[in-house]
Design a binder for this molecule. Structure first.
Ligand code: IMP
Ligand code: MG
Length: 178
């Protein structure tokens, strides 16, 4: 499937729908972590826009770090192989950690990340994912905060790309064949 054969398809989540949902997630995190100083770990690159919107609604003294893992590249299917391209700068032992991810498909990426971070002894480790693909998970992982369940189709926008394109769209759209 070559990239040039794909064009933007149906908008499945509008900018307004995403904003409302993200505000709700921020409020939930604010309530759940009252009196704490959670560390938000964004999974690059896809989560950068979600992270930026989510964090501005959290009324707590949060801190940030980022990890980068090898994703699909220009293809649309998971290889199941996860490689850490950028590790944390923060010592997470004893910290309340929230992993912020754009989308969970097979769950392979997050299940691997979770295992790696768990060995560093955080006080708590939760996952906040904007999108979860229905029926696509092959690894069962506990997701504390979920934005939307979406059909198991390839989507772009709001941080998500195909071959590095479309990350800056303020909405989420399907890709379709030309
Ligand atoms: P998983 O390991 O199959 O759960 O895939 C997770 C990662 O693959 C996400 O963090 C994304 O970077 C990427 N990904 C999965 N589905 C999509 C999609 O529909 N659009 C863009 N990226 C995706
Ligand atoms: Mg990602």
């Amino acid at each position: 499937m070559s990239e040039s054969a794909q064009v933007l398809g149906e908008v499945i989540l509008t900018e307004d729908a995403i904003r409302a949902k993200v505000e709700g997630l921020s409020a939930q995190i604010t309530a759940d972590y009252e009196g704490k100083r959670p560390l938000l770990i964004g999974v690059l690159k896809g989560a950068f826009i979600f992270m930026a919107d989510l964090c501005r609604g959290i009324e707590l003294p949060i801190e940030f770090d980022f990890m980068a893992v090898a994703s699909y590249g220009a293809a649309t299917q998971s290889s199941g192989v996860v490689r850490i391209l950028k590790d944390l700068e923060t010592e997470i032992s004893g910290r309340d950690v929230i992993i912020v991810e754009d989308i969970i498909s097979s769950g392979l990426t997050l299940s691997y990340l979770r295992r790696v971070l768990q060995t560093r002894n955080p006080a708590s480790l939760e996952i906040c994912a904007l999108l979860v693909k229905e029926g696509a998970m092959v690894e069962d992982i506990p997701i504390r905060y979920t934005g939307f369940s979406i059909p198991p189709k390839f989507v772009v926008g709001y941080g998500l790309d195909i071959g590095e394109r479309y990350r800056n769209l303020p909405y989420l759209a399907l890709l379709s064949e030309k």
